[in-house]
Design a binder for this molecule. Structure first.
Ligand SMILES: Cc1cc2nc3c(=O)[nH]c(=O)nc-3n(C[C@H](O)[C@H](O)[C@H](O)COP(=O)(O)OP(=O)(O)OC[C@H]3O[C@@H](n4cnc5c(N)ncnc54)[C@H](O)[C@@H]3O)c2cc1C
Length: 237
């Protein structure tokens, strides 16, 4: 939180002054809101790729990457990451250029991605925790433990995996803990949940921007196709 208590703002830098309508309209009459979310979603896409790679690395180290249930979980994580990435591509694909030459990203795609940001992220964190297992907790409290001869010999013996010595295992598991278990990770979860606004507002924006018309046409055609006498097109055959 930054508080500007006593600041000189030159008039040429003031866009709105005591004009609530104009302040509100900055979000609807300019692409500011959409673009603000696009940068956050670009960041999210990179973060999810990182998360999927980390989950895969932990599964390989734990010797579980070949198990079908673990592969299914990794596949689900990968699908979420790819969905976010694909929505970024779709926003660009479906952008429109306004009279000033400014590109407005596809609104429905932006809001769909914001909805994934708050719904998929917590379930991805949970999935990584499940893949990592109790090993996330069986870790030294700090790297200083490696400098203690007695603790080091126990770490080398008990905190390792086939093909990974204690330093390699602890290094990877500490990174996973930073991402999904630590206070920092918890802060990130709150961040993804509220970045685009309160969850009910994000979903309401999705509702308002989704084009229901194609689905409604299909539904009307299906309902038109039958009545109490059966299917209309096959009647009498
Ligand atoms: C890192 C980060 C950056 C952000 N950046 C920006 C930004 O640049 N610009 C911006 O505008 N916003 C930004 N936000 C979002 C904003 O700061 C708020 O988090 C958001 O508007 C929700 O408000 P709040 O946190 O006060 O929660 P509250 O409004 O107190 O909501 C708390 C809970 O109550 C529920 N709730 C609240 N009111 C109702 C209601 N009427 N009916 C039903 N349920 C309700 C909410 O769904 C939520 O679950 C950012 C958030 C984060 C975390």
């Amino acid at each position: 939180l930054v508080v500007f208590d006593d600041v000189l703002i030159p008039w040429e830098h003031v866009f709105a002054y005591r004009d609530i309508r104009r302040v509100r309209e900055q979000w609807s009459k300019t692409p500011a809101h959409l673009l603000g979310n696009v940068q956050a979603q670009t960041r999210l896409s990179t973060k999810l790729d990182f998360m999927v790679a980390l989950a895969q690395a932990v599964a390989v180290m734990n010797g579980t990457a070949g198990l079908p249930p673990i592969q299914a979980t990794l596949g689900e994580l990968a699908a979420h990451a790819l969905n976010v990435h694909s929505l970024l591509v779709a926003q660009e694909q479906n952008c429109r250029i306004d009279a000033q030459g400014v590109a407005w990203p596809g609104a429905a795609e932006v809001h769909a991605c914001s909805t994934l940001q708050l719904t998929a992220y917590p379930s991805m964190v949970q999935a990584v925790r499940e893949i990592a297992g109790g090993g996330l907790i069986q870790l030294p409290s700090s790297r200083a433990d490696f400098q203690n001869e007695l603790a080091r010999s126990d770490l080398d013996r008990f905190v390792q995996s086939p093909g990974y010595d204690s330093v390699e295992r602890v290094k990877l598991m500490k990174l996973a803990w930073d991402l999904v278990g630590s206070e920092f990770a918890s802060r990130h979860q709150q961040y993804e949940l509220f970045y685009a606004g309160a969850p009910h507002l994000v979903k309401a924006r999705m509702y308002a921007s989704y084009d229901f018309a194609p689905g409604e046409a299909l539904l009307a055609a299906a309902l038109d196709g039958y009545d109490l006498e059966g299917r209309r097109e096959t009647r009498g055959t």
